[in-house]
Design a protein around this ligand. Structure first.
Ligand SMILES: Cc1ncc(COP(=O)(O)O)c(C=O)c1O
Length: 388
């Protein structure tokens, strides 16, 4: 018998098991009420573009940074929707999802021992990525009382000589918090004062509710030169499996990122790039109906929680409902395990994005009728048994 463990790198050993159990696989009877996968179809033009790319044989390597038409469409989108001016030839890399984008961003910024700060609860992948690189993602806790909105004084207090960057995710996964422009301006001022880079993950930008507005960090005064904007087609266009995203950053940073992008991907999937081009050149109003449906589900979640006497943080954006389960007396992990076993419901523990999420679980708006309503009914009976 070969001792395979002996052959694993320390890095591999350290990260082994860190992904937990995969919950996206569908198992008969289980309803996933916490999934991060949108359930609507992309615009038909996106599907047509993929068919055409395949039948036209456009399946070879593209330019490393992406096909020029797509880079131009991204630059046009960033200008018109996000008020960020970028040069499509030198300031954009088309990536294999935001996931690759954030990994190559951290590869470009962090040396072993370096830190990146982020308000927590946060998207857990950043922790793993930093660890793989020998760096550390420092979670700066936020509280339910502030609707998980970062206090910039806390962010500043966490800065050390090792700090290289601040990661900002707004709208946030898992809390649904949308940072107002005033908060982004405060973070921007801190980044300038302490000479830090900002990584701005904006993949949920289209999902904002109740009049909340998404603002792009790079559009703020003097921030373009120190911001790496990460975005993706996964959530905006319901194309999570197509694996397409992008980075917009100053040319010098993009140039430094290229070896990492090339090492992992050479280029983003060619067929996916044509799909992305079709997505961006669609009139954006098709998303209106999607947002109305997600808002309907959000309202249903809110009334369900009210019925059973639970609260959640205000779901301002993204498509999550961050539910306060402290009245049940269970920890996040216990609640998730029990809900799976007894009610056949799947949630994410709030702690997936750091200890600040203890006492919370992540629900989502991504399940359609009638399973969604069925899931909520099960949720109600389950919680009623916990807090009669
Ligand atoms: C905040 C955040 N960033 C990045 C990603 C990765 O997205 P992609 O599918 O574009 O790789 C996710 C996925 O859930 C996410 O929630």
């Amino acid at each position: 018998m070969v001792n395979l463990d002996k052959h694993l790198s320390n890095r591999a050993k350290e990260l082994r098991g860190s992904l937990g159990r995969q919950t996206s696989v569908s198992i008969a009877g289980l309803i996933n009420l916490g999934s991060g996968t949108p359930d609507f179809m992309p615009p038909q033009a996106v599907l047509d573009a993929m068919h055409e790319a395949v039948s036209g044989g456009r399946i070879q390597y593209t330019s490393w940074t992406g096909i020029p038409e797509l880079r131009k469409a991204i630059a046009d989108k960033l200008k018109s929707e996000n008020n960020i001016a970028v040069d499509p030839d030198s300031e954009i890399i088309v990536t294999s999802g935001a996931q690759e984008a954030l990994m190559i961003t951290l590869m470009t910024l962090l040396d072993p021992g370096d830190h990146a700060l982020t308000p927590s609860p946060h998207y857990d992948e950043y922790t793993r990525d930093a660890k793989i690189l020998g760096g550390t993602l420092i979670p700066v806790p936020t509280t339910p009382e502030s609707n998980f909105t970062i206090d910039v004084a806390d962010l500043e207090a966490a800065i050390t000589a090792q700090t290289k960057a601040i990661v900002v995710v707004s709208p946030n996964n898992p809390t649904g918090t949308v940072l107002p422009e005033s908060k982004l301006l405060e973070i921007a001022a801190l980044a300038q004062k302490r000479d830090l880079m900002v990584i701005s993950d904006e993949i949920y930008e289209y999902y904002v509710f109740d009049g909340h507005k998404h603002f792009s960090m790079a559009s703020l005064p003097n921030m373009r030169e120190r911001t790496i904007t990460i975005n993706s087609f996964s959530k905006s266009f319901a194309m999570t499996g197509v694996r397409l995203g992008y980075i917009a950053a100053p040319a010098e940073i993009v140039e430094a990122m290229l070896p990492f992008h090339h090492a992992m991907m050479i280029c983003a999937n060619a067929v996916a790039q044509y799909a992305g081009l079709a997505a961006l050149t669609q009139p954006r109003d098709w998303f209106k109906d999607v947002l109305i449906e997600y808002d309907r589900r959000r309202q249903l979640w809110l009334s369900t929680l009210k019925e059973v006497g639970l609260l959640c943080s205000e779901p301002q954006g993204a498509y999550y409902v961050f539910i306060d389960i402290r009245p049940t007396g269970l920890s996040s992990a216990e609640f998730v395990a029990k809900a799976r076993e007894e009610a056949r419901l799947v949630f994410q523990p709030g702690t997936i994005g750091g200890g600040a999420g203890e006492g919370f679980i992540r629900g989502a708006l991504t399940k359609g009728s009638p399973e969604f309503e069925e899931g909520l009914e099960r949720f109600k009976s389950f919680v009623r048994k916990l807090i009669p």
